[in-house]
Write a protein that binds this ligand. Structure first.
Ligand code: PMV
Ligand code: MG
Length: 335
């Protein structure tokens, strides 16, 4: 019996810095969400790929549904050869959807799938990859596919932490990948920042799901033309104060920075705040809570930080009345 290995990857949600983080040099604060996808991998006579998302299996013959998984495998096999390891066929089964019965929450599914496949292939060879290498390998896959995101999802999910993230220039990476071998590109200085944040203050972190699916890449295409210097500067100032407020346990700074990030996003494009996301945010009225849309907006989730635990239940009830479901809740800063 061949050894079967199991790996998992979680999700992420933005606290602040959405859209601005697409521009290199501007940051975001992103929270890891421990809702997991899992995969099992085992050596096999031929390649067999199965995902719960699709009702059928494939091999490495290009397939539209499995393209992301197949491209990640291709990249990993190129990387393995660079390490002097001959790739061998396997049976890979991906489980979970980061959402309830096929309804996606929008907490990072495609980025999570890429990282999951990388971890699975590494596990087959009993290789322990650092979060930084996981991030770089996954970013290569997405940049080569022409993904238009900041890769903030990959950074957060690879490091499994609350992070401050600043992106690298994806057009530059795309360019060097066409002219230099993978192993060399992985060793270059990409000029991004991923810094872990340990909140020095206790609060309840809530994720409210609007039950409306949104596609980040479509929103980016529609919104990115509106990103200007004023938006970027305001976002960066709010993000930096949020990071500092979290590190130093300064409630006032956390509140004002989330409010500023919320206002700034509202001014960027009306597509971001759907009526449900507006309701999610307005439900905090009169409470010592800060809430905003999270990520690209246009649906999916919003987040709330609650400093007075007695108000947590009030907010959950107010959200329930508005058909907003709490899909994740965590007591932060208590360790
Ligand atoms: O909606 P999400 O959680 O995928 O977040 C998107 C955040 C953007 O800044 C709008 C895009 C990106 O990739 O950074
Ligand atoms: Mg989203």
């Amino acid at each position: 019996m061949k050894t079967k290995y199991q790996v998992q990857t979680g999700g992420k949600l933005y606290l602040a810095g959405e859209y601005a983080v697409l521009t290199p040099g501007y940051g975001a604060v992103i929270q890891f969400i421990p809702i997991y996808l899992s995969a099992t991998i085992q050596e096999s006579r031929s390649y067999q790929l199965a995902s719960d998302l699709f009702g059928y299996q494939v091999d490495l013959t290009p397939n539209k549904d499995y393209a992301l998984i197949q491209e990640t495998i291709r990249l990993m096999e190129e990387w393995l050869k660079d390490q002097g390891i001959a790739p061998k066929p396997f049976d890979l089964h991906l489980r979970g959807t980061l959402g309830e019965e096929g309804k996606k929450y929008g907490i990072g599914s495609s980025g999570s799938v890429v990282l999951l496949v990388i971890k699975a292939v590494a596990a087959l060879y009993e290789l322990d990859l650092s979060p930084d290498l996981l991030f770089r390998l996954a970013a290569v896959v997405l940049v080569q596919r022409g993904d238009n995101g900041s890769m903030g999802d990959l950074a957060c999910i690879a490091f499994e932490d609350l992070i401050y993230y600043q992106s690298f220039d994806r057009a530059w990476l795309h360019e060097v990948l066409t002219s230099q071998p993978l192993s060399q590109v992985l060793d270059l200085d990409w000029d991004y920042q991923i810094c872990s944040i340990q909140p020095a203050i206790s609060y309840d972190f809530l994720v409210g799901w609007t039950k409306e699916p949104a596609i980040s890449s479509d929103l980016i295409r529609q919104v990115k033309g509106a990103i200007n210097e004023v938006f970027l500067k305001e976002s960066q100032s709010a993000v930096k104060i949020l990071e500092k407020g979290l590190r130093e346990g300064n409630k006032k700074e956390i509140e004002t920075s989330i409010k500023r990030a919320d206002k700034n996003l509202k001014s960027l494009n009306p597509l971001i705040y759907t009526p449900a996301l507006k309701e999610l945010q307005e439900a905090t009225e009169g409470l010592s809570v800060c809430a905003k849309s999270s990520g690209a907006g246009g649906g999916d989730c919003g987040i709330a930080l609650i400093f007075d635990p007695v108000e947590t239940q009030t907010l959950i009830e107010r959200w329930k009345e508005k058909n907003i479901e709490v899909i994740y809740q965590e007591r932060m800063g208590d360790s």
